[in-house]
Ligand binder design. Structure first.
Ligand SMILES: *[C@@H]1O[C@H](CO)[C@@H](O)[C@H](O)[C@H]1NC(C)=O
Ligand SMILES: *[C@@H]1O[C@H](CO)[C@@H](O)[C@H](O)[C@H]1NC(C)=O
Ligand SMILES: *[C@@H]1O[C@H](CO)[C@@H](O)[C@H](O)[C@H]1NC(C)=O
Length: 444
């Protein structure tokens, strides 16, 4: 009796062992299969995108007698948006495609980096390195927070003095709130760029966390007339802002978003928006007691990508914006971009030089081999500032999240060093969080 039972037990154990061995083998095999099922077609797709992009860039260049001719007609041939299999791709020679393999490889490498970003150990040290101010939004007089009735219409860009009144800008204030989120007061117009008011990226409670506090709560921000979104990435557009300034908001601000974002806006219950493609302009009219004021917002190219997941990657476009009052460029919001040697000269050819204020990203450039196609570094900030002949430039897109390998304050230190070296000290620097800066003075 006893023996038989033991035998049974041994037999059963053996069976179980065989079974687990088999099932681990099976799981491994299934895992490998899934990996192959995904990676083989994906690699094919990536090669196809790479090939089609190169083909298109060459085809466009062949169409031009002189590919360095800066006339807008040539610019349109060279740098119009284009898509492969329903997804936007970069038409720039400087670009190198990023595959999901590269993306995830870098996320894994990051896990093994100790003290990434070189953050200080204590909050006191951090407060000293990254002072946070309470925004005042304007530095002189009081903020006129009354609601502007505005009309927005997509029309060709105009520098015709009769069509766009030429009254120069009197007041220009900028408050940086972290990453690429800033509040700009442009006379009567209140602009918010790339809204980001969440503690974490990706999800309200997990995902990369802010390394510095938000200078202002979303409720304390003056209601914008316009919200400019450069592209659909979690650090440039958060769901909290969509919810807050969406259809439930009593004033429903106007969102200006890149082409292809409509379905995402509608899904998030935001219906007051305008989609712009590269080189498209919308005329924003503020109804005044005596005279209407016209601002023009134009979407200009950037070298980046978009999407919140693998599925929606590149379904919408990425861009920068140039804002005009009268026929003068006042504000350039670069969004996220890599450096394209002739892009900014082309923007100037079309929209004029000497923009009053350029907001340029200066962080997230390490490791260079990985980040360079999509992000500029401080030296390239100076180049763009020179190409635009900008009167002032602020280095933003740093000190907010740790999304790259450099020391977290390096973008500021490098940009300010280069700026001093180039005798641009007072015209090109990194703002402090929440500090309201006045650019009204340098009126012609
Ligand atoms: C998205 O676009 C970027 C830039 O062109 C490219 O590197 C990436 O491979 C694209 N992804 C997809 C899924 O098309
Ligand atoms: C859209 O936003 C503008 C600017 O804030 C506002 O004047 C307009 O009334 C809004 N439109 C709707 C339909 O809510
Ligand atoms: C949009 O509004 C509908 C109806 O009020 C609601 O059920 C849905 O959850 C909202 N969607 C988002 C993303 O907030």
């Amino acid at each position: 009796m006893y023996r038989i039972r033991t035998g049974n037990l041994v037999q059963r154990l053996n069976l179980a062992r065989n079974y687990t061995q088999k099932s681990t083998k099976q799981t491994r095999r299934t895992g490998l299969k899934i990996l192959l099922y995904f990676s083989i077609p994906y690699t094919g797709y990536a090669l196809y995108v790479f090939g089609s992009t190169n083909y298109e860039i060459t085809r466009r260049e062949r169409q031009l007698a002189d590919k360095d001719d800066l006339e807008f007609k040539s610019t349109l041939v060279k740098y119009s948006p284009f898509q492969v299999l329903g997804r936007f791709e970069n038409p720039f020679n400087e670009y190198r495609i990023q595959t999901v393999f590269e993306f995830f490889f870098n996320r894994v490498v990051e896990v093994f980096q100790r003290n990434r970003g070189g953050l200080p150990r204590s909050k006191e040290q951090m407060d000293e390195l990254m002072p946070i101010h309470k925004p005042t939004w304007v530095t002189k007089g009081v903020l006129d927070n009354s609601h502007n009735e505005i009309e927005v219409e997509i029309k060709p860009f105009s520098s015709d003095e009769k069509e766009v009144n030429t009254e120069p800008v009197k007041r220009l204030y900028c408050t940086w709130l972290g990453q690429s989120c800033s509040v700009i007061i442009l006379d009567k117009l209140k602009i918010l760029t790339d809204p980001m008011f969440s503690k974490h990226l990706i999800h309200p409670t997990f995902g990369p966390q802010r390394i510095t506090d938000m200078p202002a709560k979303i409720e304390d921000v003056p209601t914008p007339d316009l919200i400019l979104v450069s592209h659909n990435h979690p650090d440039h557009l958060d769901e909290k802002s969509l919810k807050f300034w969406g259809d439930d908001h009593p004033q429903k601000p106007m969102w200006i978003v890149p082409k292809g974002l409509a379905s995402y806006m509608i899904m998030n219950n935001v219906s007051n928006f305008t989609e712009l493609s590269w080189w498209e302009t919308c005329h924003v009219k503020i109804k005044g007691a005596q005279e209407d004021t016209i601002y023009q917002i134009s979407s200009t190219p950037a070298m980046h990508w978009s999407g919140r997941s693998v599925l929606d990657a590149n379904r919408s476009l990425w861009c920068s914006f140039i804002v005009h009052k009268g026929n003068k460029p006042v504000l350039f919001h670069a969004g996220d971009t890599g450096f394209v040697h002739d892009l900014y000269k082309r923007i100037v050819k079309k929209y004029g030089s000497g923009v009053r204020l350029a907001l340029l990203p200066c962080g997230q450039y390490c490791p260079e081999w990985h980040q360079r196609p999509r992000h500029i570094n401080p030296a390239e900030v100076i180049k763009i500032m020179n190409d635009l002949d900008a009167q002032t430039a602020l280095g933003i897109h740093w000190g907010t999240f740790l999304l790259s390998g450099e020391y977290f304050r390096e973008p500021k230190e490098k940009l300010e060093f280069l700026s001093e070296f180039n005798e641009l000290k007072d015209r090109c620097f990194c703002p402090e969080l929440g500090e309201t800066l006045d650019f009204s003075n340098n009126v012609e």
